[in-house]
Design a binder for this molecule. Structure first.
Ligand code: 2P0
Length: 326
């Protein structure tokens, strides 16, 4: 009844921003991502009949209340339902990067929790079903179940059974590098779930955004298959900007960026135009993720480190899906 799992965050190159079903947490459109080793969550789960309620520790500190605990309890309730147990669980989770700051901690967090909790509860689910279960915790977590290059399908079923991720290429298919340029301290003010729901309710650009996603996925899938960096750069920046445009157009508009975010996005484009291959993507936070081919990693890394508006840099490489550890 005790298991430990490691999962890595993933960065979407074609973004997920909107739900077709809130109860089952089903995305309104697909998305396409890279699972990144270098950043990781390790989660330990132990079911114990003697516990009166679920217990959560994050980075060593007990979490006694709040939205994060509620989400973990709801998720463990699903696992209990599948496994036919009533035992509560002790969950200890650690990130080697800041939580809730737009670095995809909910993706690695719920992917690690899925793998550890299923194993601890004696459930041996196929990866596809684990992905659907992880999605109930957090949409982006469905992608971190798999390694390498991953596509999330929105599916058609009402219960979300076909809204699952799948691997489209192994991690070693294409040796890209990802640098996370940290541009601010602290947690983001508007969480992703809240931000996307608000966008759907009030942004006149929401439908146009959702209509565009399948075309971008097709382009990105092809670019990954053929290792076409320029094509991937174009579609990834465009998907990122269109996602943010839909959020900015909501009422009131949601602006995840700060000044450094914008400066950095522009500087990345200037570098690419002058011959250093790189592209940016930005999630529901102010940090800028910069991708480049492996043979340019030193140039891109020192360029980022030299910038005054970048406070910290994390480096990551395409990595494995969520897995059990000893
Ligand atoms: C993504 N994000 O595709 C997009 C881009 C943030 C910006 O997936 O409500 O935390 O838990 O399903 O998974 C963040 O969304 O949202 C996200 P929920 P989640 O990476």
């Amino acid at each position: 009844m005790r298991s430990t799992a490691v999962a890595h965050p993933n960065i979407a190159l074609v973004k997920y921003w909107g739900k077709r079903n809130v109860e089952y947490n089903i995305p309104a459109a697909g998305s396409l991502s890279v699972t990144l080793q270098g950043l990781e969550t390790e989660t330990h789960v132990e079911f114990d009949e003697s516990l009166a309620h679920d217990e959560l520790k994050l980075d060593g500190d007990p979490v006694g209340s709040g939205r994060m605990l509620d989400r973990v309890e709801d998720f463990l309730g699903l696992v209990r339902g599948y496994a036919g147990t009533t035992a509560h669980a002790r969950v200890e989770t650690r990130n080697n990067f800041p939580t809730g700051a737009g670095l995809a901690s909910s993706a690695s967090g719920f992917a690690a929790l899925t793998v550890a909790a299923c194993d601890a509860a004696g459930l041996d689910l196929p990866r596809r079903e684990m992905s659907a279960l992880a999605r109930r915790g957090s949409g982006s977590a469905a992608r971190s179940i798999f390694g390498g290059y991953v596509e999330m399908k929105p599916g058609e079923a009402d219960d979300g059974s076909d809204a699952v991720a799948m691997q489209i290429a192994e991690a070693d298919h294409w040796d890209l590098r990802c640098f996370v340029g940290v541009t601010a301290e602290g947690k983001k003010k508007v969480g992703s779930t809240e931000g996307m729901m608000h966008t759907e309710r009030s942004s006149p650009y929401y439908e146009a955004w959702i209509d565009q996603v399948p075309r971008d996925i097709e382009t990105a899938r092809q670019a990954v298959r053929t290792r076409d960096f320029d094509e991937l750069a174009e579609v990834a920046e465009s998907s990122c900007l269109q996602m943010h445009a839909s959020a900015i157009a909501a009422e009131p508009g949601i602006i995840y960026w700060n000044g450094a975010t914008v400066e950095l996005m522009k500087a990345v484009r200037e570098q690419r135009e002058s011959g250093l291959p790189m592209f940016f993507t930005v999630d529901a936070g102010p940090h800028v993720k910069v991708f480049c081919p492996k043979d340019h990693e030193d140039d891109v890394s020192s360029w980022l480190a030299d910038r005054d508006d970048v406070m910290d840099v994390y480096e990551a490489v395409p990595g494995p899906g969520a897995h059990l550890v000893e």
